[in-house]
Every structure is written in structure tokens, then in C-alpha cells.
Design a protein around this ligand. Structure first.
Ligand SMILES: Cc1ncc(COP(=O)(O)O)c(C=O)c1O
Length: 508
């Protein structure tokens, strides 16, 4: 146990005195504990206007400092009132976590010790912890030592953009010095229509422009249409483009589809493109032995995005970019001359700023490390199995109640429609049901576009969700379907007075 000395090193104007500090930390802990205990009884998302939120800021007067206790209670109150509570067990939302306790503690420790992860020499413990995590996660994806390398990122979008920069640097020797002007062929990148839009942003930020992104049709099973990909590659090569990166998504954001990784790896190799697999959330199944085959072929990827801040329930933000090409990240991100103000290099180590878009950065890996230390691989595997089982239960309950599930996936995300609805008028109906669910404050789901149709989307993203929560969601959906249907028919009838071809539908 570390002893805490009575005597405290001199206080600066920015420090709190020791007594205040103990009391304020006790209050921080009380607020966190209260939130963790109460969250299931809070509305998943309360109703309020932007003006109401801004009103809470009116007390701010930075010319008149307030007590730390007041500041902490004000912040906790604002967060409790004005956010979607992803920690609520009926938050069936995007992959926003209910964070692990160890993750929260890791975040607090990292902030307090504040290691600087630009240079190894500055924070050897922190850098070695992250390097170890990169190794163990890389091994889970099937990457072999000593090729395996990687870096921590803020999240998936940064990892995807870093992958694009790494691919450009690997494929075009002149890119790092002369940028896109130095290229003899225009680069193109290939994604399926279900891929995360961060690739479009990445292309724009890297100067390729959004037109360089070939968004390809999905097959009937909503994965990359391989013949469409092949045709586009042949067309582009004939037209003088260089396919720089092919993106396979392992777990699309909306529907959880997994692209055919092995075939795409072969295609990428045939045309000399970099294969990047975006496994931002579904990569977590690599921690579960019987589910690992879903990712077969991922080990052939040149790089992989994986976000512990999604399915591993790590507080935001924690992403990773992994690669099986040692030196590829350094090639893309280090400078030809070491800035002389930086601490000297330590033999046998790599400075994180030489492998990352970031320079000074926080210790992202600590919250991941503490969570893994305390829960273990098995703890995570059990949580993942639990969420997958609940999504299966959700599918069964939906089917029993005349909802039709449209996506086919082992992953815990369910896209569904009201079987009674005429698809041609269902668009507003489903969006209205999602809004109505959110408005009750009892659960949170979203609507999305799936295979060109507006659908409801529920993802078991919270490890604390139970069978009862799933059943309550379905009950709520059924009640709101009835209500929304009546409103919908009234709305159609009103529109039909002006639009005769809708009159029949309204009468049905
Ligand atoms: C498949 C996929 N990739 C990338 C991202 C972007 O990740 P982040 O929001 O952590 O930047 C998401 C976000 O939902 C995602 O689902």
C-alpha cells in the first residue's frame, strides 16, 4: 500500500488544499456511485430544448471562482439531466458503453498521474503497457509476432484515417514528401455501402477527395458484392487509378454484416492494394473462442481498426489501429528529423508520436488494461455471450409479436419492421415509432436505413441489460405501434385529401 504523507508539497494557486481535496473527491465518488445506482430509474433520454440546456450555463462566471464542491455538483447534475443515458439497461443504441468500473478508475488515474505518451523516455511504464496491449489484441486477431505493431487512437474514425495514411505511405514512395501532387496515378479506395462514413471523411482529410471513395453495392446478404468490387477494380486500373486500399467491414454499424474477409484479402493482394478491416465494434468476438471463426481471414488484413470503447465497455475514447507490417506506422507518422526539444530516443523502443497522428497524448491504454486485469478474457467472453443471447431473445420476442427481423447476423444488433405495414408508407411509421420509444424515456432505440428501407434498429450494447429489459422493450414497441399506426392513418387521410393516389392506402 502506498502511504499518503500528512505533509503536502507546497500548494500553488492552482492546487486545492488537502482537506478540501479529500472532501471534494468524496463528493465525486458519491456522485459517481449515485449515478451508477440510479441510472436504471432515470429516463433513458429526457425531453428538453437547447435553451433549457444553455440555461444551466448561465451561472458560469469565470471572474468569480466558486467552490470545488459546487462545481462538481453542478457538473454531475448537468450530466445527469442532459444526456442519453447509455448506461441505462434499456439503452439499445449505438455502441456507446456503460463503462466498466476499472475503466473509470483507469481514466481517473491516467488523469491524475498525467503521463505524456509522446515519448517512451517520458512515460516508460505507460508506453510499455500500451505496447503489451497491442501485442495481446493483435494475437487475438491472429497477427504473429514479431511482425505485429499498432497504436492507440481516440476511436475508430482516427484509426481508419491513420490506416489510410499508412496505406498511402506504403504504396506511394513520394507521398510523404510531395503529397498527392507527387503521385503518378490517382489513388482510389473501396468500401461497401454499409461501411462507416469515416472513410469518406478520411479521404477528404487526406486530400484524396470524396470522389476517390468507391462506394460499392452490397450483395443480397448485405456484404461487399465481390463481383461489383472486381468490376470496379478492373475499370479503375484500366482508367489509370491505383487501388490503394480496400476496406472490409467486420460488423457494419447498422446491421452487423461481416464482409467476406478471405476473398477480399485475395483480391487486395491481386491488385496490390492494402486491405484494411474495420472491426471497430464486432472485433470483440475475437475474445470468444466459439465466435472467433466469424472473423476468419482477418489475420490477412494489412491493418485492423478495433475500438475497446465500444463492445469492451471502456470509457470513451479508446481505439486501436493494428498492423502486421512492422515499421509501416513509423514510415507514415515519424519525421525525417527528430525535433531537438524531444527527449532522446531509447534504444529498443519506439516513441508513440512516431506512430500516430497525435503528439502529446493521454494514457489511453490504462483503462483497457485495468478492465482486462480485473475481468479477464473470460469475463469479457461471458459478457459478449450474454449480449448475443439477449439479441437472440429479442429476435424471438419480436417474431412472436409480428415484427419482421430483416438482418441476419450472429451479432447483437437487430433491424426490424412492423410486418403489418405497407412498405411503401412504412418510412415515417418506423421513424415515428423510434421517436415514440425515445419520448417515453423507458428505452432508447433508433431508426436506420437498411437495404433501402427505413427500419427500427435495436442493439444490445449494454452488458447490464437483462431478459426483462428485452421483454419490456418489445411490450413498449407493441403499444406504440398501435398508437403510431392510428396517428399514421389519420395523417394519411389528411394527406389523401390533397393527394388522391394515397386515398386507397389511408382507407385500408
Ligand atoms: C464500424 C465502425 N467503424 C468506425 C466507427 C467510428 O468510430 P468512432 O466513433 O469511435 O470514431 C464506428 C462508429 O460507430 C463504427 O461502427
Amino acid at each position: 500500500m502506498t502511504e499518503i504523507p500528512d505533509q503536502h508539497h507546497g500548494e500553488s494557486v492552482l492546487d486545492m488544499n488537502v482537506q478540501d481535496r479529500a472532501a471534494v473527491w468524496a463528493e465525486v465518488l458519491r456522485q459517481i456511485e449515485a449515478y451508477r445506482c440510479q441510472v436504471a430509474s432515470l429516463p433513458t433520454a429526457a425531453k428538453f430544448t437547447p435553451e433549457e440546456v444553455r440555461e444551466t450555463l448561465r451561472i458560469l462566471d469565470f471572474a468569480k471562482p466558486c467552490s470545488p464542491m459546487d462545481a462538481v455538483t453542478w457538473a454531475a447534475d448537468g450530466l445527469r439531466r442532459y444526456q442519453v443515458h447509455a448506461a441505462h439497461p434499456r439503452h439499445f443504441g449505438l455502441f456507446v458503453p456503460s463503462p466498466t468500473e476499472a475503466g473509470i478508475m483507469g481514466e481517473a488515474l491516467a488523469a491524475a498521474f498525467n503521463p505524456q505518451l509522446a515519448a517512451w523516455a517520458h512515460s516508460p511504464f505507460a508506453v510499455e503497457v500500451e505496447t503489451h496491449l497491442i501485442r495481446v489484441f493483435g494475437a487475438r486477431f491472429g497477427y504473429q509476432q514479431p511482425q505485429l505493431d499498432g497504436t492507440f487512437t481516440n476511436g475508430g474514425a482516427e484509426a481508419n484515417q491513420s490506416a489510410l495514411i499508412t496505406a498511402l505511405a506504403a504504396q506511394f514512395p513520394g507521398y510523404l514528401e510531395n503529397g498527392l501532387r507527387g503521385l503518378d496515378r490517382a489513388p482510389a479506395i473501396y468500401v461497401n455501402a454499409g461501411a462507416h462514413p469515416s472513410f469518406v471523411k478520411a479521404a477528404r482529410l487526406c486530400g484524396l477527395g470524396t470522389a476517390a471513395v468507391r462506394v460499392l453495392a452490397q450483395s443480397d446478404s448485405l456484404v461487399m458484392d465481390l463481383s461489383a468490387l472486381q468490376r470496379q477494380l478492373e475499370h479503375d486500373i484500366r482508367a489509370g487509378y491505383q487501388p490503394v486500399m480496400i476496406v472490409a467491414t467486420a460488423g457494419t454499424t447498422v446491421a452487423g454484416s461481416i464482409d467476406p474477409l478471405k476473398t477480399m484479402a485475395q483480391l487486395a493482394q491481386d491488385v496490390g492494394a492494402w486491405l484494411h478491416v474495420d472491426a471497430a465494434w464486432a472485433g470483440a468476438v475475437a475474445l470468444v473462442d466459439e465466435l472467433r471463426p466469424l472473423l476468419d481471414g482477418i489475420e490477412q488484413a494489412d491493418s485492423i481498426t478495433f475500438d475497446p470503447h465500444k463492445w469492451l465497455s471502456i470509457p470513451m475514447g479508446a481505439g486501436m489501429l493494428l498492423t502486421r507490417h512492422p515499421g509501416a506506422l513509423e514510415r507514415a507518422f515519424s519525421l525525417s528529423e527528430r525535433p531537438d526539444y524531444m527527449p532522446g530516443p531509447v534504444p529498443g523502443t519506439v516513441d508513440p508520436y512516431c506512430q500516430s497522428m497525435q503528439w502529446s497524448r493521454r494514457f489511453i491504454g490504462l483503462k483497457v488494461c485495468l478492465s482486462l486485469m480485473t475481468l479477464g478474457w473470460d469475463g469479457y467472453a461471458d459478457a459478449i455471450r450474454h449480449q448475443i443471447r439477449l439479441a437472440d431473445l429479442l429476435r424471438i420476442e419480436l417474431a412472436k409479436n409480428h415484427w419482421q427481423v430483416l438482418n441476419s447476423t450472429h451479432l447483437p444488433v437487430v433491424c426490424f419492421v412492423d410486418s403489418h405495414m405497407d412498405p411503401s408508407t412504412a418510412h415515417f411509421h418506423h421513424a415515428a415509432i423510434a421517436d415514440a420509444v425515445v419520448a417515453t424515456g423507458k428505452a432508447w432505440i433508433s431508426s436506420a436505413t437498411f437495404a433501402g428501407r427505413q427500419v427500427l434498429r435495436a442493439c444490445v450494447s449494454n452488458h447490464g441489460t437483462t431478459d426483462t429489459d428485452v421483454r419490456e422493450l418489445v411490450e413498449l414497441l407493441c403499444a406504440l405501434r398501435q398508437q403510431t399506426n392510428e396517428d399514421h392513418v389519420k395523417g394519411l387521410a389528411a394527406v389523401a385529401r390533397f393527394t388522391p393516389n394515397l386515398a386507397n392506402k389511408a382507407e385500408r
